[in-house]
Design a protein. Structure first.
Ligand code: F6R
Length: 662
């Protein structure tokens, strides 16, 4: 099936947050804080094409002079699209890998090659089996060798690289710990291929692939920093905002063992290729006024003032001309006459984002309100990627919309079945079986099937084994019942709930299918049925490979197609994006802030608690031991605290939204 996202050239134009970031990115190309050349691309796809083109050119150049091309390769999410493009170049443009010799950076230890989680398997799937590289030219560390052989094995791996003349080009990703290869913090600049223990953060990041933290191998065999350094050319890839802070440390920070990637500052032929999200913390992107003169858009002014408040520990209205001058914002004083003028402007801007009427306040002057007042009763669809994101991320707002008499629908985009633990489903099946047995004197069919399913649930699963279809069904139903219960609590009727069960998700595995038109059509149908005045969606665009991003893109595609097909109702439809469970919008981007009272926050917690299966046994919780309601509360309270620190009224909690204009 074709990936519809890649065939849709107009997708880019939807990305409002992205556009905003890009505006800012174009403001300043000044890189004086950066000690490594960084190339920023609008999208990961674009960056990967550029890198693949460089690799292809190198392979061809070596071919032309009758030489081998020795490539150091990385695994993980970052290079997937580079390999995809290389495969395309092989299939469509005759790029041959006959002269290519590859050495992979690393492999988990212990790890058998045949495991779906091994890097050996990964490399075959994404590259080797699709191109004409000679099997004997491919080297991926073997994670299955005996412990006493490791030392000699590592030495010979290193030697083999030297024997073929060293690496012409090394491709790298970067871990959130700053690791390159699996050289975790503490690795020396002159370390070579060896076995190491994985950092807890790295283990957390791999937990999803392995179906839980406990299944991730604790070690790895990795090329060292010194081995990487010997490469004649290094290209490091980073995508998504979860890499932004480590990219900044590696590029702008001090060279230190604490951030192994910072050693790369000493390499003479290196570049980082990143997208705008991974570049988000670089000085030239985040605080461009610190590296040069700026084109002061209202958004940038707001961001600079909020940053200044944080630096000076002051609220907006207390900032003085001296604060501006001391922190490189003197230019603003020239443009706006005085700190007082800028302060008032930003203060009002922030104040106008706050509303207790997320659906608009009937009969009020709406000039400075985030939402329009008409129509007084709006049709609303809240798109919730999984069956709990609605209440986790906007439970308070959801209840307000219902209480303020809007016609609220909730659309659950995916079933969320793989996030239900076996024990949870077993408990319900057991209840169901006993109830039928005891109440209706036994049904043999129920009992027979129950025993079969129980046996499956209690058996140890094999690597990559998928649940039986009936179990996936049961898990999906369980989540539907939880969502129904949460919505009953909030006051939304069953008839207003839509379980879309988008097919791209239904693999039974962490790895999903590509998004297709079938998914988009399901969303279009619902949109056309309801014709909403307001849409809420989880705006997790920066998430490089998650379900939330795919769900959002499916919605954006649906809106785009509806727009092209000329549906008039869309002109009167506003889209608000909330953030998923993991992070909040930066304060300077928030366009609607809905305050919650202590009582509303308690109600929100109760609604979240209805999603019982997600309370303790959700397999993908990573290292954060807080459960969902705690995270939601901490985050909403933190937003309120930050608003308050800027000089706004003191609220118990705030839910935040950014508007997206189709
Ligand atoms: C993989 C490797 C690692 C990854 C890094 C980033 O061979 O050596 O250093 O490059 O962990 O992983 P992703 O790309 O999955 O974010």
């Amino acid at each position: 099936m074709k990936n519809i996202l890649e065939t849709n050239p107009s997708l880019k134009k939807y990305r409002r947050t992205f556009r905003k970031a890009k505006d800012d990115f174009e403001l300043s190309q000044l890189t004086r804080e950066e000690h490594i050349p960084v190339e920023i691309h609008e999208t990961q796809e674009e960056g990967c094409k550029v890198v693949a083109a460089e690799i292809a050119a190198l392979i061809r150049e070596k071919q032309a002079s009758g030489e081998n091309c020795v490539l150091g390769l990385a695994t993980g999410n970052s290079p997937v699209k580079v390999y995809k493009e290389l495969v395309r170049l092989h299939k469509e443009e005759g790029l041959s890998f006959a002269n290519v010799i590859t050495f992979n950076l690393d492999e988990y230890y212990p790890m058998v090659k045949s495991s779906v989680n091994s890097y050996n398997h990964y490399m075959n799937e994404v590259l080797f089996k699709h191109v004409d590289v000679k099997p004997e030219n491919v080297h991926v560390p073997d994670g299955s060798i005996g412990r006493d052989e490791i030392k000699a094995y590592c030495k010979s791996y290193e030697k083999k690289i030297d024997e073929v003349g060293g690496l012409d080009l090394q491709l790298l990703g970067i871990g959130r710990t700053g690791h390159i290869g699996f050289n975790e913090p503490g690795s020396h600049s002159n370390s070579y291929t060896r076995i190491i223990a994985l950092d807890d953060i790295t283990i957390d990041d791999a937990a999803e692939d392995f179906g839980g933290v406990n299944n991730v191998p604790k070690g790895a065999i990795t090329m060292g920093v010194g081995s990487i350094f010997k490469a004649r050319r290094i290209v490091l890839l980073a995508w998504g905002s979860n890499k932004a802070s480590i990219v900044r440390k590696a590029v702008e920070g001090r060279i230190s063992e604490d951030v192994p990637a910072s050693f790369l500052q000493r390499h003479e032929n290196i570049k980082f290729v990143v997208d705008i999200y991974a570049a988000g913390e670089l000085t030239r992107v985040k605080t461009p006024w610190k590296v040069g003169s700026c084109d002061w858009t209202p958004n940038l002014v707001r961001r600079a003032i909020i940053d200044l408040c944080e630096k000076t520990d002051k609220s907006v209205l207390k900032l003085t001309d001296k604060d501006y001058n001391d922190h490189g914002l003197g230019e603003l004083l020239v443009l706006y006459k005085s700190a007082y003028d800028v302060n008032i402007r930003v203060f009002n801007d922030l104040q106008h984002t706050i509303t207790g009427w997320p659906g608009g306040k009937p009969e009020a002057d709406d000039t400075y309100r985030p939402e329009r007042r008409e129509p007084a009763q709006k049709r609303v669809i809240v798109f919730s990627p999984h069956p709990d994101d609605d209440v986790i991320s906007m439970g308070g707002t959801l209840k307000r919309l219902v209480d303020q008499k809007h016609d609220v629908h909730v659309a659950y985009q995916v079933s969320g079945n793989i996030a239900v633990g076996d024990e949870d489903v077993l408990r319900y099946l057991s209840f169901f079986k006993r109830f039928f047995q005891e109440q209706y004197k036994g049904d043999k069919v129920v009992e027979k099937n129950y025993n079969r399913l129980k046996e499956f649930l209690q058996r140890e699963k094999e690597d990559g084994e998928v649940d039986l279809p009936e179990i996936l069904k049961a898990k999906g139903l369980l989540r539907q019942e939880e969502a129904k219960s949460a919505c009953r609590y909030v006051g939304i009727e069953k008839s207003q709930l839509h379980f879309l069960n988008l097919p791209f998700y239904e693999t039974g595995k962490v790895k999903k299918n590509l998004l297709s038109q079938v998914d988009v059509d399901i969303i279009k149908e619902l949109l056309r049925e309801v014709k909403p005045h307001q849409i809420y969606a989880a705006g997790d665009l920066a998430d490089p490979h998650g379900t939330h991003k795919v769900c959002l893109e499916a919605l954006f595609l649906a809106l785009d197609q509806i727009k092209e097909e000329g549906d008039a109702w869309l002109n009167d439809c506003w889209v608000w994006m909330y953030r998923g469970a993991w992070q909040e919008w930066p304060i300077d981007e928030i366009e609607m802030a809905v305050p919650l009272s202590p009582e509303e926050l308690r109600q929100k917690r109760n609604a979240i608690l209805r999603h019982q299966s997600q309370m303790e046994s959700a397999p993908f919780m990573g290292g954060d031991s807080r459960v969902f309601w705690q995270r939601a509360e901490d985050r909403n309270k933190e937003t309120a605290r930050r608003y308050n620190k800027l000089g706004m009224a003191e609220y118990e909690a705030i839910e935040a939204f950014v508007r997206y204009i189709p």
